[in-house]
Design a binder for this molecule. Structure first.
Ligand code: FAD
Length: 387
C-alpha cells in the first residue's frame, strides 16, 4: 500500500530543498526522499555566488555560522594563466561546507523527510506518480504523489529513465576533488582558477577550513588522477604546496554540460526535473544558484497546478525558461567581457588592471577560451524537445 502525498521530491540537495520549501509554503503535503542519512559529502567547492545567497536568505533566512566555512566568504576568483599573469574577478557571496549546508536547507524546508531512502523506480498514471524506494538494507517503501519533483543531481536516475537517449548524447567528464593537510602559498580568501589547458579544462585550488583543496575535471581521453597529479606538481613547483601533507578526503563525480548540446530536460506531465538533473550548470561548474532557483520554480508550479487542477509540467517548463536562458547566456563568453554576466564580472576585474596588464590578460583569456571552443564557447546544437 503506497503512502499518499501531494508531492514527492527525490533528492535533498539545494534543488530538492528549495522545491520542498515552496511546496510547504503552498500548503502541500510533501515528502522529500534523500538517499544519504548523514550530511553527505559532495565534490563541490561550496561557493555561494550572490544569486545563491539572495535566494537562500529570501527563502530560508540567515545561513547558520556552523554551515559557513573558514573563511566565510571569498573575495575573488583569481585566474592564473601560463604566462604568469593573473586576473582577479570579484566574488563575494558565501563559502559553505556542503554537507551541513544541504542538511540545514532540507531540514528548514518544513516537509516530511525520509533520509537513507533511495528512489529506485517510478510509474506515472493519469493522476499520480508512484515511486518505489528502498530504505536501509532492503526495506521497501512505496510512496505516491500527484507530482514528482526530480532533484536527484547531475546523474539523475529519473532523467535516465524518462529520457534514456539523452544520457548517451551528453559528453561526460570526471571531476576529482582532494583535500590535503599540506600548507600552500596560495593566498587564502581567493578561489584560484588555473586556466592551464595542458593540465585540465578546469583546475582550481583554495584554502578552506585550514586545508588545501584541489579540484580538476578530466578532459575526454584523460584520467582525473593523472590531471590531479599534473596539477599538484604545478602547485608544488610554483605555489609552495608543502610536502608531507596527508590527503584527508578524495571525492569524485561525473559532470556533463547539457547546455552546450541543448540537452536540457525539465520533465513533463506530472514529473518536474529541477537543478543539475535538468542540465542547469554554468561553464565554471557553478550550479547551486540555478538549483535553488529551479527547485523553487518547480515547487511553485506544483502548488499552482494542484490548486487549479492542472497538470504541472507545462506550467513548470514555461516558468523555468528564465533559468534555461540564464544558463545559456553564461556559455556566450563574449558576455563576460561586456560585463553582461553578473555571476563573474570579468570586465570589472579587467578594469582594475593597468592598460598594459589588461592587454596581456585579454590575450591570455582569449587563448584559454579558444582552447575551450572559441570566444562564444560551444554552441547549443538544438533542444531535446521531449521531457
Ligand atoms: C568539483 C565541483 C565543484 C563545484 N563547486 C561549486 C561551487 O562552488 N558553487 C556552485 O554553485 N556549484 C558548484 N558545483 C556544482 C554544484 O555542486 C551542483 O550544481 C549542485 O550541487 C546541484 O544541486 P542539485 O540539488 O541539483 O543536486 P545535488 O546537489 O547533486 O543533490 C542531489 C541529491 O539527490 C540525492 N539523490 C540522488 N539520487 C537519489 C535517489 N535515487 N534517491 C534519493 N536521493 C537521491 C543525492 O544524494 C543528493 O543529495 C561544483 C561541482 C563540482 C563537480
Amino acid at each position: 500500500m503506497a503512502l499518499l502525498f501531494d508531492a514527492i521530491i527525490v533528492g535533498g540537495g539545494p534543488a530538492g530543498a528549495a522545491a520542498a520549501k515552496a511546496c510547504a509554503e503552498g500548503g502541500l503535503r510533501a515528502l522529500l526522499v534523500e538517499r544519504n542519512a548523514l550530511p553527505r559529502s559532495k565534490a563541490c567547492s561550496g561557493i555561494l555566488v550572490r544569486a545563491s545567497v539572495d535566494l537562500v536568505s529570501r527563502h530560508f533566512g540567515a545561513i547558520p555560522p556552523d554551515v559557513l566555512a573558514e573563511p566565510a566568504t571569498l573575495q575573488s576568483l583569481r585566474m592564473h594563466f601560463p604566462s604568469g599573469r593573473t586576473l582577479d574577478v570579484p566574488l563575494g557571496g558565501a563559502f559553505v561546507r556542503r554537507g551541513p549546508f544541504d542538511q540545514w536547507l532540507r531540514r528548514a524546508a518544513g516537509v516530511e523527510i525520509s533520509e537513507g531512502t533511495t528512489a529506485r523506480s517510478f510509474e506515472e498514471s493519469a493522476d499520480a506518480v508512484t515511486v518505489q524506494c528502498t530504505r536501509g538494507p532492503g526495506e521497501a517503501l512505496v510512496v505516491q504523489g500527484r507530482v514528482l519533483i526530480a532533484a536527484d543531481g547531475g546523474t539523475s536516475r529519473i532523467v535516465r529513465a524518462t529520457a534514456p537517449e539523452r544520457h548517451g548524447r551528453l559528453a561526460w567528464y570526471t571531476a576529482l576533488q582532494e583535500a590535503w593537510t599540506a600548507p600552500c602559498g596560495l593566498e587564502p580568501g581567493c578561489f584560484h582558477f588555473f586556466a592551464y589547458p595542458s593540465i585540465s579544462p578546469y583546475a582550481s585550488a583554495y584554502v578552506k577550513d585550514g586545508k588545501t583543496v584541489l579540484e580538476v575535471v578530466a578532459a575526454a581521453g584523460d584520467s582525473a588522477k593523472a590531471a590531479m597529479s599534473r596539477f599538484s606538481e604545478l602547485l608544488k613547483r610554483d605555489f609552495g604546496l608543502g610536502e608531507g601533507g596527508r590527503r584527508v578526503c578524495r571525492l569524485g563525480c561525473r559532470v556533463a554540460y547539457a547546455a552546450t548540446r541543448g540537452l536540457f530536460c525539465f520533465g513533463s506531465g506530472r514529473i518536474l526535473v529541477a537543478g543539475e538533473a535538468s542540465g542547469l550548470l554554468n561553464p565554471f561548474g557553478e550550479g547551486i544558484s540555478s538549483a535553488l532557483a529551479s527547485g523553487r520554480i518547480a515547487g511553485e508550479a506544483a502548488v499552482r497546478a494542484l490548486r487549479e487542477s492542472r497538470v504541472p509540467g507545462d506550467l513548470y517548463r514555461a516558468a523555468v525558461e528564465v533559468e534555461r536562458q540564464r544558463t545559456l547566456r553564461q556559455f556566450r563568453y563574449g558576455g563576460y567581457f561586456a560585463g553582461r554576466n553578473v555571476t563573474f564580472d570579468v570586465r570589472k576585474g579587467l578594469s582594475a588592471l593597468p592598460v598594459t596588464g589588461r592587454i596581456g590578460v585579454v590575450a591570455d583569456l582569449l587563448g584559454w577560451l579558444a582552447s575551450l571552443g572559441g570566444p562564444e564557447g560551444p554552441r547549443p546544437e538544438g533542444r531535446l524537445g521531449s521531457r
